[in-house]
Design a binder for this molecule. Structure first.
Ligand code: SF4
Length: 376
């Protein structure tokens, strides 16, 4: 959960200073940020001090961002907290101008952008244009899709041309029957056709990006299909196949865990009291409000993605700009009241990272067809 671990970063300093590259992992996959200016590098170290000092107003500027392209979705996955399901926020698509302002504010400092939150990113018609803008500032961009969107040849070309660094396709089953148990309203054949299309166009263009990651969220009803899904990944020519633990909101008690937690212990996010689905307490230390700037589709800078009710927004980018919201008094008051996640805010009390026994919510990656020129 730290911004960086000194033991990982220190050996990379010479390369960062002389080659201006920085290699890092996100969700177990390797990435390289290139062309890092001295200013950006200096900020990276300054921002790293936040993980020791925890000031109300963070030092430096954010190096990691999470931005929500859309808070609406075309599917009805039972555990998802999209606005369209819980009616907590007005449905919104991130406006291109709002995003452009965000990049103008933060682009000099960011190393990578996680371009998803709640909702389906590909429903935003300006998504690829926004990705290209972020890439033009040297920011590594990851996005994710349920793959149930219309992706014609022209859109798939625009996607590859955007320079997107990595793309997750979420499939949680290898047969339609299993897949639709969770991805309600989804069609597995549509997702598979879209994966195949992006892989084919990327090959045709001799492009190395996006790195394609077929992602399987492991649940009780689908764990038996993991071997079949691996075979599908190999056939489709993706780069990685990865397994993720299921995100279960603790508010509903152990019923959710009973229904969704897989039987295979290695794929569980939590350990349970014997013969129950009551989560065992585990050490927890959250640094999100310091380490990542998060903006929702309506332009609110929020403490983290789980503020899905938008109750603790630090400010709106339209009013103040992103960095001013990040360093605002409201943000400062939040951080002061925040005890590394051990607090009584509704979002942290019910945080799905609490009591997690895995370092990363992605627990396994398999290299299927490593793109030879990736990051060269
Ligand atoms: S809900 Fe609270 S504890 Fe969980 S990630 Fe967000 S800020 Fe951290």
């Amino acid at each position: 959960m730290q911004i960086f671990q000194p033991r990982d970063v220190v050996p990379k300093i010479p390369r960062l200073l002389f080659s201006k590259n920085f290699d890092f992992e996100f969700e177990l996959l390797p990435y390289r940020a290139s062309g890092i200016s001295r200013r950006k590098a200096a900020n990276f170290f300054l921002a790293g001090l936040n993980q020791y000092l925890f000031p109300a107003r963070p030092l430096g500027y954010p190096v990691v961002a999470q931005v929500e392209p859309a808070n609406i979705c075309n599917l009805r996955c039972p555990l998802c907290l999209t606005a369209s399901l819980n009616k907590s926020r007005p449905p919104a698509l991130l406006a291109y101008d709002t995003f452009a302002r965000f990049i103008e504010d933060c682009g000099d400092w960011l190393l990578h952008l996680i371009f998803w939150n709640w909702g389906e990113p590909f429903l935003n018609p300006d998504l690829f244009r926004m990705i290209a803008l972020a890439r033009s500032r040297g920011i590594i961009v990851h996005t994710s899709t349920n793959g149930n969107v219309v992706l014609d040849e022209a859109s798939a070309e625009a996607l590859v041309d955007s320079g997107l660094s990595s793309l997750v396709f979420g499939i949680d089953g290898a047969t339609q029957k299993t897949y639709e148990k969770y991805r309600e309203g989804g069609r597995l054949d549509t997702v598979l056709a879209n994966i195949e299309k992006v892989a084919r166009i990327r090959r045709r263009k001799k492009a190395s990006f996006p790195v394609i990651n077929m992602r399987f969220v492991v649940m009780k009803h689908n764990e038996s299909e993991i071997p079949l899904a691996r075979e599908l990944a190999a056939k489709l020519g993706v780069d990685y196949f990865s397994l993720k633990t299921v995100d279960m909101h603790p508010k509903m008690g152990d019923e959710l865990d009973r229904a969704y937690a897989p039987d295979t212990k290695d794929y569980r996010r939590y350990a349970y009291e014997q013969n129950t689905y009551l989560r065992k307490a585990a050490p927890f230390k959250c640094m999100r409000p310091w380490k990542r700037i998060t903006m929702d589709a309506a332009g609110y800078v929020i403490p983290c993605e789980y503020d899905y009710l938008n109750r603790h927004a630090f400010g709106n980018i339209q009013d103040t700009g992103a960095l001013a919201a990040w360093k605002s008094d409201r943000g400062g008051a939040f951080r002061k009241a925040f005890h590394l996640g051990h607090n009584n805010f509704y979002l942290c009390r019910d945080c799905t990272y609490k009591n997690s026994v895995v370092d990363d919510c992605v627990v396994e990656k398999q290299i299927i067809a490593k793109n030879k020129s990736e990051w060269d």
